[in-house]
Ligand binder design. Structure first.
Ligand SMILES: [Ca+2]
Ligand SMILES: [Ca+2]
Length: 352
């Protein structure tokens, strides 16, 4: 793919003082374990309405899509530049940038930099290959399978994806957020490159929040192990999993903490000398409150907890389906959970 360098520079500035207040209210100032940094900048940028405080973030768009990027500078008067290595950039009357993605699928880079110096924000822009290019159940030879013909409850989040991110050995290691790489979310289906993945920015933001919360709780972890991220419908079906698993829409991850010792299994998070369901319970409870603040309301979703089996250690499922769902609720929380019976009961048909 040609990489004609098209550098567009336009300055942006301002929003309201109210937005700045929101920006300053972002979490990240709690005590953290040594060696971990949340990867946040001293400013934030709203990307299509979602506030991003991270030094690196990703957007997943279709060819020709437009994305609005608005630095949140409040009354500080700071001005910013946006440089894109492809596509076109304009500035709207609200002093926000609008980037139009190129027609050619691929991965591109946007950089937002304060004019008065300071660290830049890097946004990796993945222009997806349209699903319409599929031949049968395959895209460029890679088996995707068939998405459910009917969206669950008619919800838009269950419509088949419009496109897929092409993953090669060259871009699999690309960071998609400060502590996660694109390749971590690949489907576990065997086979060679190119592969394709669907991933949602909200999931990355939620996983970063979880990592931050872990460190605030004294667990010195600079990564989460993603046991399962994206699943193609073909792979999901081969697992015998529920038809509408959020993994198929790139909005779910099964994760555990494996840094001490790094042995391929969950760590002893609750410090009782054993690795078992109680550690998944511990992680579940930590994640349960991660979207409690109004700021994080956009990241709500499902949370489920799983015991170890012969095939895997204990882990926790996290997703950003946009509504609350809970399953595998830890025992001491059951009394509270039964009072929210409908939520727990409804999780069964929409879990994993
Ligand atoms: Ca471990
Ligand atoms: Ca334990």
């Amino acid at each position: 793919m040609s990489r004609e360098t098209l550098m567009k520079t336009i300055h942006g500035s301002t929003l309201t003082a109210a937005l700045l207040a929101l920006c300053l209210a972002l979490p990240g100032h709690a005590a953290r374990a040594a060696g971990y940094a949340a990867g946040k900048l001293p400013y934030a940028v709203t990307i299509d309405g979602i506030i991003n405080p991270y030094r690196v973030m990703s957007i997943f768009v279709m060819p020709g899509d437009t994305v609005d990027l608005t630095p949140m500078v409040g009354s500080t008067g700071r001005r910013f530049d946006l440089l894109a290595d492809a596509g076109s950039v304009s500035r709207d009357p609200m002093e926000a940038f609008r980037w139009r993605a190129p027609e050619e699928p691929g991965d591109y880079v946007l950089r937002i930099s304060p004019r008065d110096g300071g660290p830049r924000m890097r946004i990796n822009a993945f222009v997806m290959v349209p699903a319409a290019r599929s031949v049968g159940e395959r895209l460029d030879g890679y088996l995707i399978g068939r998405y459910p013909a009917k969206a669950r409850k008619g919800l838009a989040i269950y419509q088949p994806p419009r496109g897929f991110v092409r993953v090669t050995p060259q871009n699999a290691g690309m960071p998609v957020s400060p502590h996660f790489t694109l390749g971590q979310f690949l489907c576990k289906e065997a086979g060679g490159f190119p592969k394709f993945v669907v991933l949602r920015r909200k999931l990355l933001m939620k996983l970063e929040l979880v990592l931050e919360r872990l460190n605030a709780a004294g667990v010195a972890a600079d990564e989460l192990t993603v046991m399962s991220g994206y699943r193609t419908p073909a792979y999901n079906s081969s697992l015998g999993n529920v038809e509408y698993s959020r993994h198929q829409w790139g909005g779910a991850a099964d994760v555990y903490v494996d840094v001490n010792p790094r042995d391929g299994r969950m760590d002893d998070l609750n410090g009782d000398g054993r690795v078992d369901r109680a550690d998944a319970d511990w992680l579940y409870r930590l994640i349960d409150g991660v979207t409690a603040k109004p700021m994080q309301a956009g990241l709500i979703g499902g949370l489920g907890q799983y015991s170890a089996t012969r095939a895997h250690g204990p882990f926790v499922h996290v997703d950003v389906r946009g509504m609350r769902a809970r399953w595998g609720v830890p025992a001491p929380a059951n009394a509270m959970a039964s009072r929210r019976g409908r939520e727990v009961a409804s999780a069964g048909d929409s879990g994993r």
